[in-house]
Write a protein of this length. Sequence first.
Length: 269
Amino acid sequence: MKSYKVLLSVCLVICLLSACGSVKDITYLQGEGLLKKTAIADTFDLKIQKDDLLDIVVSCIEPELLRPFNQQSGGANYVGGYNGGYEGSYAGNNGYNRGYLVEVDGTINYPLLGKIKVAGLTRRDVIDLIEGRLKKGGYIEDPIVTVRFLNFRISVLGEVNRPGTYNILSERITLLEALSMAGDLTIYGRRDRVAVIREIDGERVILYHDLRSMDVFQSPNYYLKQNDMIYVEPNRVRAEASKQNQFTNVGTWMSIISFLLSMSILIFK
């Protein structure tokens, strides 16, 4: 009886230890202590890339001067005619209604000012550039220019609850925020293998992140950029379940074939 109690106690301890291990496998941002601090890198500046769609609006105290710059036809590479709408932080469609497309050479064709090189610049840089040219050209003395991205989108796929492509209203979104928009990882997603796929200078770069570690905040891909893709790998449980389903399907078809062969033998015997 005593040995039975000892064996039961050992089994209970093993179960508790295994349970603790499973919690650690799925807990985000693990670290020591109740208060965890990490420095915020405020050096992130989203750069404009080719194929970006920019909304550029000019305003001033003399409305009659604005007509050439804010007209609906826009420049030669002005995109318009579609208003897909936008709701909250997620858009199932493209919420574009106007904008200047950044061409392959990194330029936009802006009214009166002609071609302007914007690729590689920040939104603030483009504002300063256009305001400066409007003043220098004598078009508007005190222009106020606003620039925003119309097609800042990211894609989230793999083991998340709501995979898809998401349009972002602001120009700053983090990896954790994007996963939150996608409904978080499923229980089958690997917290230690979350990939951010990004195109840099004609190359596709993949960087993996361990969400269980505080080091995720130091990743160069923690702040996402246009057209980034996030992929969450399945864990071993999902892979094993997939194999079992495959074998089950094969077994089902083998049973059906065997049944049909047996029936054909009986019929034509």
